[in-house]
Design a protein around this ligand. Structure first.
Ligand SMILES: Cc1cc2nc3c(=O)[nH]c(=O)nc-3n(C[C@H](O)[C@H](O)[C@H](O)COP(=O)(O)O)c2cc1C
Length: 352
């Protein structure tokens, strides 16, 4: 690939991107480039931000950054693709907000190889395809991009309205995924013990602890404390403490299990199949659903532990009576807003 790499740098100001700076009168490339500032505000496992982009004229390609894979915690690369899907949704949303119609092709050159093992193969290609005005619901999604943060603490236990749940499920469907709901006490208690077991299993593995420690060291200011599964480590808590897992102040004062059982709504995002294409769609669905919730004043927090372990994942599928669960998300209203995490600058390379 003939490219000019943009040097890596941290960008403490990534969240301060301002829509008034959109270069409306500039070239397509510059407008695409500006919208990348919204793509990189997406969530990612351990805050790895495992994506990069290639800009070629009027198109952008999204790639998985294999150097930011988690070979132990995310052996299949599912979380990585989910994060890339979330970034892709932000990008689509920003382009739409600024009046640009897009044509998006997922896994455009799959025949050329596997995008998770070959850095020449993109996960998606986004092309500008004319102009289009942005309707009110899409504007609300865009406005939520900058207001979204992962909320690690306990949620207000007040229930979420059925109307909002229906709308969130519709958002997931629109991206080709489904959103199952766990609301009753019994189901949440069962999920709580599945998550606790998954945590214990992961933390009992030296390679897992080493990988987590590496990411904490590498991105000290980038990665927040883990929650809420890590809170339920029980006898394995002593392994986690040296890595600073309990450092997040939002977690202090909460009993183990509180976070899941007192959460008003647990969403299980899933797809009808379990291929990288489904993960990419699910990542977009995840972000669309989370942004929709955020626009309605509801925050989200992710639980990926049981999704990384095949047995635990199967238990979640049984609990819900549906395959394939892909990500667990706690939803609720919050007593006070979460702080923003540091992000890397929008990284892209320019194809010649
Ligand atoms: C696929 C995926 C998996 C995640 N898994 C977890 C998790 O298991 N526990 C957790 O506390 N946060 C999890 N997160 C949230 C990240 O830690 C968070 O997105 C990242 O630190 C950036 O912070 P922000 O979302 O507030 O911008 C996950 C996020 C994604 C996209």
């Amino acid at each position: 690939m003939d490219t000019i790499p943009i040097p890596f740098r941290f960008d403490a100001d990534a969240w301060s991107v301002d829509e008034r700076d959109f270069p409306a009168a500039s070239s397509t490339a510059e407008r695409l480039q500006f919208c990348l500032n919204y793509a990189v505000l997406a969530p990612s496992c351990y805050n790895t931000q495992p994506w990069f982009f290639r800009l070629t004229g009027d198109a952008l390609e999204l790639f998985a950054d294999r150097s930011r894979r988690l070979p132990v915690g995310d052996a299949e690369g599912r979380s990585l693709v989910l994060a890339c899907g979330a970034a892709l949704f932000n990008l689509r949303c920003a382009l739409r907000y600024f009046g640009l119609r897009t044509k998006v092709t997922l896994l455009p050159w799959l025949r050329e190889g596997d995008p998770l093992s070959n850095s020449e193969v993109p996960l998606a290609r986004v092309q500008i395809d004319g102009a289009e005005s942005c309707a009110a619901p899409e504007r609300a999604l865009f406005q939520a991009i900058k207001r979204r943060r992962t909320y690690l603490g306990a949620f207000d236990p007040a229930p979420i309205s059925q109307k909002l749940i229906d709308a969130m499920q519709e958002q997931a469907r629109r991206e080709g995924a489904w959103l199952g709901i766990l609301e009753d006490v019994e189901a949440k208690a069962q999920l709580s013990s599945i998550v606790a077991q998954a945590d214990r299993k992961q933390f009992s593995e030296r390679r897992f602890r080493a990988e987590l420690a590496k990411w904490r060291r590498r991105g000290a200011p980038l990665m927040p404390a883990m929650a809420p599964g890590a809170l339920q480590l029980g006898p394995h808590g002593e392994f986690a403490e040296p890595f600073g897992i309990f450092l997040d102040p939002m977690l202090s004062g909460h009993e183990p299990r509180d976070l899941i059982e007192e959460t008003p709504l647990i969403g299980v995002l899933g797809a009808d199949n379990d291929t990288p294409l489904d993960w990419l769609r699910s990542g977009q669905a995840l972000q669309r659903t989370v942004l929709w919730a955020r626009a309605a004043g509801v925050w989200a927090s992710y639980l990926s532990q049981p999704m990384a372990l095949p047995d635990a994942r199967l238990e979640v599928a049984y609990l819900l009576d549906r395959n394939y669960p892909i990500m667990l998300v706690r939803f609720g209203r919050v007593p006070e807003p979460a702080p923003s995490r540091l992000l890397r600058a929008a990284r892209y390379i320019v194809g010649r």
